[in-house]
Ligand binder design. Structure first.
Ligand code: HEC
Length: 214
């Protein structure tokens, strides 16, 4: 059943990865990436994405960003909601490694604002070992899941904050594509409890990047 998916995924990812690596290399310290060729942006029903970092299907679903793309983005922090402090099952298990696309981070550093096109990836990782030679604690185990948020005023003109939220699952195999979540399932809590929809209060790297913002 899923073998077909696996085959096509392994074929597609190296190509996408090569494109993305080129883009990352060329955009480091350079604002324009015109020389990197066409960014992997798919126009959907005439809508052009504000971010070059995400690909959409013609139906408007988001394709799961390749691991070797976002894991090289700017790492901003790791909230931890271990299952054993959450009645055995945290809503978002357990470590949440959070990355921001390089364009979004550069803009935040300068302005303290999230630019149109910002993509944030939260990769869920299990708690593995509980003790190490450094002491007792929580040490990362296996990759579990993936969620993203993306700000795009053209694609999400009616969503609070113009943010779209997507989940690729909380256990492997992850979905290859995801439809947008409902506003009440994601945007509402982010609007109420975060700062401009992003929980920068839990990301020391964002706080350090623009100290005037919390
Ligand atoms: C009840 C509140 C709540 C709901 C509902 C919620 N989140 Fe979050 N989300 C948080 C909190 C708190 C954090 C930061 C701390 C953490 O990760 O535990 C966060 C962080 C994130 C991040 C990292 C970027 C950021 O904004 O800090 C993403 C991506 C994310 N959530 C996606 C989702 C998606 C997708 C949904 C809907 C399926 C969702 N969230 C629903 C509370 C919520």
């Amino acid at each position: 059943m899923s073998s077909k998916h696996t085959v096509s995924a392994t074929r597609v990812i190296p190509i996408a990865a090569a494109m993305f690596t080129t883009v990352v290399g060329l955009t480091t310290g350079i604002t324009s990436c015109a020389t990197a060729g066409s960014p992997p942006v798919a126009a959907t029903g005439g809508v052009v994405s504000a971010s070059k970092w995400l690909e959409y299907t013609p139906e408007g679903k988001v394709k799961r960003p390749p691991f070797n793309l976002f894991r090289k983005w700017v790492y901003i922090g790791t909230p931890l909601t271990p299952n054993d402090l959450n009645d055995g099952k945290a809503n978002f298990p357990e470590f949440h490694n959070v990355y921001m696309d390089p364009d979004g981070f550069a803009h935040y550093e300068k302005t303290g604002q999230y630019r149109d096109g910002t993509v944030i990836v939260k990769e869920l990782v299990s708690v593995g070992d509980r003790e190490a030679s450094s002491g007792n604690g929580y040490f990362m185990g296996d990759f579990l899941g993936l969620e993203i948020s993306v700000k795009d005023a053209k694609r999400y003109p009616n969503d609070p904050g113009n943010w779209g939220f997507y989940s690729f699952g909380h256990s492997y195999p992850l979905k290859e594509q995801s439809s947008k979540n409902k506003v009440e399932d994601c945007n509402t809590c982010h609007e109420k409890n975060a700062v401009s929809f992003v929980f920068s209060q839990y990301y020391p790297i964002l706080r350090a990047a623009h100290p005037a913002k919390k």
